[in-house]
Design a protein around this ligand. Structure first.
Ligand code: IK2
Length: 459
């Protein structure tokens, strides 16, 4: 038997090697009482457009550190990324061109914006200007931030499709915007459920658009459902955006993670949509190097200039060697784009068997998974197992938080509670589910299957 080292233990060791302890990084008890007594009161309280609540990521990384479960929570692979990108990074930092270790152009390192411009010009069948229509950011996170903050005036309404990557709402509120939510709902709850079974009610969507609507945030392929929006769904969104003069913020970080026969359609490629769409991508997701935190946004210059204004006064310029290595990665992939070796095509082939393996082991223990058509997450309804979980041992209000915490501590398998991806009034819609990431070593997925089987058959 192979010596299995759960991903969470690797993460713990990794974080501890930098001095992280098992106590909360955000432990307010550590703040000196003397400091509090002279600086308390409203003057230094957090501005009301920010929330002091730790995000689900902060909370669940801490949970993993403390209880050392097999961690299928956060979205990253637990094995090595393609060697050509990591080798490129080490060559860049030690090579002859020492200036590659210094600041580069603020709106994006020239080789990277040129590579992105070339790639998306081909994919969108239009000439994209790398100087004015592409911006490199500190992860897709910063691309989202620069887009939302750069385009939201107080009172502007932003439509967010639920469940949603949790920072969307926080960023809209930070910009004094008003989030308007619409949930994807499953058409069925038993049998084989595909992510395409999760749909928007077209009338509900139409009813959200009005004169105050500034933007809609569209995430396809979707986290956490794995839905790949189809042409008909995208056409409706496009039609409403044109009718109400609304921009579309297209979060497409999983653009290369799509399982056959499904196809990712870039909404910016639909008639009339280039002019009103900012599309966001991530090197972390594209090359499986999430720790590199490099992303981008592209779109028409008249929309991009607002993002540049936010970026130049916040981040200004991103890590030069990482940008150079990512650019080299793109150059290689563009050369072999039409071959099956191209990572953009081979990655989904590699992941589909992991997806199917996870769907089977979750079903075998009585959970009801939604089979994703894209991305690397799977949600599953766990409520048939409720009688095996001592939910009353956990204090959280929401059941999926209680389920995932209890499982992490007692069964040693960690997932993410999907209610974190809903607005407050709609959180109950996520309570019956858990989200697992299947971009993990086969032996760790096998270990997860064994953990669940053993737990299921225990009395
Ligand atoms: N947009 C979406 C939809 C994402 O999923 C992510 C990364 N999320 O990964 C964490 C998880 O869900 O477990 C981002 C944006 C941010 O991407 P980046 O890492 O490039 O900032």
């Amino acid at each position: 038997m192979v010596n299995l080292r759960p991903a969470s233990q690797q993460l713990c060791r990794f974080l501890k090697s930098f001095g992280a302890t098992n106590s909360s990084f955000f432990d307010r008890r550590n703040i000196s009482r003397a400091a509090v007594s002279t600086m308390d009161g409203d003057k230094f309280s957090l501005p009301s457009n920010y929330s002091a609540e730790p995000s689900v990521w902060v909370e669940y990384i801490q949970l993993a550190l403390e209880h050392k479960p097999l961690n299928l929570g956060q979205g990253f692979p637990d094995y090595a990324p393609p060697s050509y990108v990591t080798e490129a990074l080490s060559k860049v930092t030690t090579g002859d061109n020492v200036l590659l270790n210094q600041y580069t152009r603020g709106f994006g390192h020239p080789p990277l914006v040129n590579a992105l411009g070339k790639l998306y010009s081909k994919l969108l069948n239009r000439q994209i200007n790398p100087q004015t229509e592409v911006l490199v950011t500190a992860g897709a996170y910063e691309a989202l931030f620069s887009t939302i903050v750069g385009h939201t005036k107080p009172g502007d309404e932003i439509i967010i499709i639920e469940p949603f990557f949790d920072c969307y709402e926080a960023m809209v509120r930070a910009a004094h915007g008003v989030p308007r939510f619409i949930p994807l709902k499953p058409k069925k709850t038993s049998g084989t459920i595909m992510s395409s079974d999760w749909v928007l009610d077209p009338d509900e969507l139409k009813g959200l658009f009005n004169a105050k609507t500034k933007a809609i945030i569209l995430n396809t392929p979707h986290n956490p459902i794995g839905k790949v929006f189809n042409l008909e769904e995208l056409k409706l969104i496009a039609e409403l955006c044109s009718k109400w003069n609304v921009m579309c913020i297209a979060d497409e970080v999983y653009e290369w993670l799509v399982y056959e026969p499904f196809k990712h359609i870039r909404i910016a490629s639909l008639p009339g949509m280039w002019e009103r769409t900012i599309t966001i991508g991530s090197a972390g997701k594209t090359f499986s190097v999430t720790g590199w935190k490099t992303g981008w946004a592209y779109g028409p210059a008249h929309l991009m200039k607002n993002l540049q204004a936010v970026h130049q006064n916040c981040v200004y310029t991103c890590c030069t060697p990482v940008q150079e290595a990512v650019a080299r990665g793109f150059e290689l992939e563009m050369e072999r784009f039409d071959s099956p070796e191209c990572y953009f095509h081979s990655i989904s082939k590699e992941l589909v068997s992991k997806r199917d393996y996870m769907a089977k082991f979750l079903s075998d223990v009585g959970m009801v998974p939604t089979i994703p058509e894209g991305g690397y997450f799977m949600i599953a309804d766990w409520t048939a197992l409720e009688n095996k979980v001592r939910l009353n041992e956990e204090t959280d209000k929401l059941k999926d938080y209680r389920f995932t915490k209890w499982m992490s501590k007692n069964v040693k398998l960690q997932g993410i509670p999907p209610s974190a991806f809903y607005s407050d009034p709609h959180k109950p819609l996520g309570e019956s589910y858990v989200r697992y990431c299947f971009f993990k070593k086969d032996e760790n997925l096998q270990k997860a299957a064994e953990i669940l089987q053993k737990w299921k058959s225990s009395s």
